[in-house]
Design a protein around this ligand. Structure first.
Ligand code: RIB
Length: 318
């Protein structure tokens, strides 16, 4: 089945390969411990998934975005693709509608300070194949940036990365949720966006430790064929480690209501801004602003800011 056609926004061309989920979000006073039941106050049904969240964040910054992924042949999948195309002006034609599958679902609990815990049932996301990616290779070849996460099967992720590498399209990678079998060093990655826990797993050292030893992190980047990494640290400044330099960029001071999707907003905003030629420092500053604003309302996509809002709030950066 074909997804709805769309009127594309002007601007750079970002291709996102990733997941699309229906998020069922329960508001709780505190997150349940193992074996514990807690009462939820509000239940929300929102569209999410790391891939689609990042695509929406990039589109709201003005990027021309195409999304590759899978939804089920169900009402949720239909509604989601229609919404991406009509409300976000995202090209949804490379999203497959998989027969006899349900659209991916995330069960999310959000506590009083905005922290969350998430269980994802992949559903149709697990059906994305290298063949589906290769069938859309021209979309990737014509892009200014390819953006991926790890909520879809690794062979499909690697197939997309290899197409981008072969044509010199920069690969932006948010390796979340982290997988132990990702073959670091086998593909070239322009930017890797991680949190502190992910950074420690990938590089075998804490980001603070790495930032004190330039020779060590340069070697670790080169071994993994990574040009630069960005380490998001919640309310703390974002650490940028490139093969040339190390610096940190302040975040926006906010009182978070719901942090679901904040990291996705950061990754999508950063990629959109880099694709249009912003400097690294500028792109990180704007991504920090957008990521902070995204925590001010429940749901991953509801509070993602527009380009104009992002720029207006940038003046408030510490
Ligand atoms: O990063 C947030 C996202 O993770 C949610 O939207 C949920 O769908 C899970 O994939």
């Amino acid at each position: 089945m074909k997804s709805p056609t769309t009127q594309h926004a002007p601007g750079p061309h970002v291709v996102v390969v990733g997941s699309l989920n229906l998020d069922l979000i329960a508001r709780v006073e505190r997150l349940p411990a193992a074996g514990e039941t807690v009462a939820g106050s509000v239940l929300l049904r929102r569209f999410g998934g790391k891939g689609a969240n990042q695509a929406v964040a990039a589109a709201r910054q003005g990027a021309r975005v195409a999304m590759m992924g899978c939804v089920g042949c169900d009402a949720d999948g239909e509604e989601y693709c229609r919404r991406l195309a009509r409300s976000e002006r995202i090209d949804a034609r490379a999203i497959h509608h998989v027969p006899n599958e349900t659209t991916g679902t995330a069960l999310i609990a959000v506590e009083g300070h905005g922290q969350n815990s998430i269980v994802v049932v992949a559903g149709a996301n697990a059906r994305l194949t290298p063949a589906m990616i290769r069938a859309q290779a021209n979309l990737i070849r014509g892009a200014k940036a390819l953006l991926l996460q790890l909520e879809v099967p690794l062979p499909a992720v690697l197939a997309a990365m290899r197409i981008a590498n072969a044509t010199g399209v920069p690969v932006f990678f948010n390796p979340s949720p982290l997988r132990p079998d990702f073959p670091w060093g086998r593909v070239a990655l322009h930017t890797v966006v991680v949190n502190e826990i992910e950074a420690r797993h990938i590089f075998g050292r804490s980001p603070d430790d790495l930032s004190r030893k330039p020779a060590v992190w340069r070697r670790r980047l080169a071994e993994r064929r990574i040009t630069q990494i960005l380490v998001t640290r919640g309310a703390e400044s974002t650490l940028c480690l490139t093969t040339e330099a190390m610096f940190s960029v302040p975040t926006l001071r906010v009182r978070p209501v719901d942090t679901v999707g904040a990291g996705d907003t950061f990754a999508g905003t950063f990629t959109a801004r880099m694709a249009e030629g912003s400097s690294l420092a500028d792109a990180v500053a704007l991504a920090n602003v957008a990521g902070g604003l995204a925590t001010l309302k429940p749901g991953a996509q509801e509070a993602m800011p527009s380009r104009r809002e992002t720029e207006r709030w940038r003046t408030k950066l510490r």
